[in-house]
Design a protein around this ligand. Structure first.
Ligand code: F6R
Length: 609
């Protein structure tokens, strides 16, 4: 979970590398470094801490040269420190490597190298790669890299450079994402397109097992094992540079929360027709598969898992097919029963989450057909799946996921209706009502966003709380889980989400005078039940903020404060109800002065198990 960049061309490499790293910092931000070939001599700068530390250091000691590699790190092997920061070099300092992933057999490789007299300067797994390169080098960098990767086990994308061949960079991809950007008289590598869109929108997306040799004029891609060239067409990226900038917002998270009306519109676009039917042209070839589906698994991590929980209710209600939603890291090891006609739906914003990818492969091995709901159509998960629904949320930079989550909910609803149409389980009035409800959502989210100030005041009031509870029933419980995760990850306040009816089975013991409780009350058919649970916590001193639909003023008899969302269908309420929760997390974190976009210990793209 690190970010890699590389540049070779005719411009100064340092600013290009730093700018690229700033777009990848979401992948890891505990240390950063660059290496630049200065008059054919390898020069390195690396520092513990944020990229800003590195930039500050480089301000007075610039590296001058037109080829370089850079890295922003999320520590796995070895604590964040200057020494453990990438790039890493061999003992002579002539070979440098940046790495994203984990070299699983590094302990034995390290012992082997030490026995041959190699002295290590870091605690990382990556350093073995630099020393192995020096050992295998016989005048041809590509051959050396190919020989070294034969020795590596695990996941790695690598960027490699040597003083001996200053005219080239070599990049390798194995289970960690890597793209090659195509320029004029210059070329690039990066872990993510976001780092390149300021320079080019033409890229090659490397496949696992591929190696690219990059010079200013040429990009040659080959199979790393056989050395056979691979004939690839470039991909045209439709992101633009503004999408990876904060613009007028103070944080990416706030920008992304406010982008939701647009991202919902974009995710709907072209997926309904004038009869309010759902159409997925991208799934047309698989209509028979969907007609025959008898069981569905939904598998994901974190926020995407929370979207899956809601997706499972949507699919069950509209198709009556049994659905089970699993956490990816559990699914892959729990021997799930996958029968013929099982559909596995994997949900992932990044499309690179290691646990989700492994669950996908496990499900496929057991015979399931795989549908991916992802925000990155070029990602590993999209490429491994049989069918893909893209959420059109655009790049999500803040570590805390917001717009990707609501787009996932929308995609689930569209797919559930689609499946209901295919299996003829959905009544046409119900379909029309749902599709119209979906179409109304962007304007309704805008309305919720207009009331952000009220939410801000509430956030101020909870910023000193030691602990918080989110409660709800049915879909409201799934939204509570997401609200609680959001608050924890960016404000570091402990919180728990509970099924409202479950509190009295133990957790009620934690409620005391002044404990803030956020109660989601959008399930009007469960209204009386949830209100009883609110009364239980109120009786023990809790201060309750209720989130409910407009007009439901009687909730004020039970809750201390209320935040309203516009009226919608029950299945769609989570898309509106989560927005105040996102804002509460944001403003609480803001009031506490936390680093909202880059919370401690986390990274956006979790490519390790
Ligand atoms: C929380 C968050 C994470 C991700 C999780 C899965 O705000 O962003 O919980 O949802 O790491 O990531 P993706 O969706 O990229 O597979």
């Amino acid at each position: 979970m690190c970010g890699i960049v590389g540049y070779i061309g005719n411009r100064e490499a340092q600013p290009i590398l730093l700018n690229g790293l700033s777009k990848l910092e979401y992948r890891g931000y505990d240390s950063a470094g660059i290496a630049v070939l200065e008059r054919n001599q390898m020069k390195l700068r690396k520092t513990e801490g944020r990229l800003a530390n590195l930039s500050a250091r480089l301000r007075d000691h610039q590296l001058k040269g037109t080829a370089g590699i850079g890295h922003t790190r999320w520590a796995t092997h070895g604590r964040p420190s200057d020494a453990n920061s990438h790039p890493h070099t061999d003992m002579s300092g002539t070979f440098t490597v940046v790495h994203n992933g984990i070299v699983e057999n590094y302990v034995e490789l390290k012992q082997e190298l030490e026995q041959r007299g190699v002295v290590f300067t870091s605690e990382t797994d990556t350093e073995v790669v630099a020393h192995l390169l020096a050992e295998h080098y016989e005048g041809d960098l590509v051959s050396a890299v190919r020989a070294v990767i034969q020795r590596l086990q695990g996941a790695y994308s690598l960027g490699v450079m040597t003083e001996h061949e200053p005219d080239k960079l070599v990049a390798v991809r194995q289970s960690s994402p890597l793209v090659v950007g195509i320029g004029y008289g210059e070329n690039f590598i990066a872990s993510d397109i976001a780092a390149l869109v300021a320079h080019t929108r033409q890229v090659y997306i490397l496949e696992d097992g591929e190696l690219a040799v990059i010079t200013p004029e040429r990009i040659a891609i080959m199979n790393a094992e056989s050395g056979q060239p691979t004939n690839r067409k470039p991909t045209q990226v439709d992101w633009n540079a503004d999408q990876v900038e904060k613009g007028l917002f103070d944080h990416f998270m706030l920008k992304e929360i406010h982008e939701q009306p647009l991202t919902l519109r974009n995710t709907m676009l072209g997926r309904t027709n004038e009869y309010d039917e759902v159409c997925f042209p991208e799934l047309a070839h698989a209509a028979d598969v969907f007609k025959n589906v008898e069981k569905v698994f939904i598998v994901a991590c974190g926020t995407a898992y929370h979207a899956g929980l809601i997706g499972s209710t949507m699919i069950e209600q509209l198709t009556r097919i049994p659905v089970q939603c699993d956490i990816a890291s559990e699914f892959r090891y729990r021997d799930p029963v996958v029968t013929a006609n099982t559909l596995l739906i994997v949900v992932s914003q990044s499309g690179e989450t290691a646990d989700t990818l492994a669950a996908l492969q496990e499900g496929r091995r057991r015979g399931a057909k795989v549908l991916a709901i992802t925000n990155v159509p070029t990602s590993s998960i999209a490429r491994d799946a049989d069918y893909v629904i893209s959420t059109m949320a655009g790049p999500e930079i803040a570590v805390a996921s917001t717009k990707a989550y609501t787009a996932q909910l929308l995609a689930f609803c569209l797919f559930s209706v689609y499946l209901g149409q295919e299996k003829r389980t959905i009544r046409s009035e119900q379909r029309v009502e749902l599709v119209r409800g979906l179409k109304a959502l962007p304007v309704q989210v805008e309305k919720v966003l207009e009331n952000a100030n009220e939410v801000k005041q509430y956030a101020e009031s909870i910023k000193d709380a030691g602990s918080l509870f989110f409660i709800g029933r049915g879909l409201d419980y799934a939204v509570a889980l997401e609200g609680s995760l959001k608050l924890k990850e960016i404000s570091y306040i402990h919180s728990e989400a509970y099924a409202a009816g479950e509190l009295k089975h133990g957790t009620l013991a934690l409620i005391e005078q002044g404990t803030p409780v956020i109660a989601l009350v959008t399930h009007m058919d469960l209204y009386d039940k949830t209100v009883s649970n609110i009364k239980e916590v109120k009786a023990r001193g809790a201060h309750v903020m209720g989130i409910t639909v407009e007009g439901n003023v009687q909730l004020l008899n039970a809750a201390d404060e209320i935040c309203f969302i516009p009226p919608t269908l029950q299945l769609l309420a989570p898309i509106l109800a989560v927005v105040p929760l996102q804002l509460i997390s944001y403003y609480t974190s803001l009031a506490l002065g936390k680093d909202i976009d880059k919370p401690r210990n986390l990274a956006k793209s979790v490519t390790v198990e």
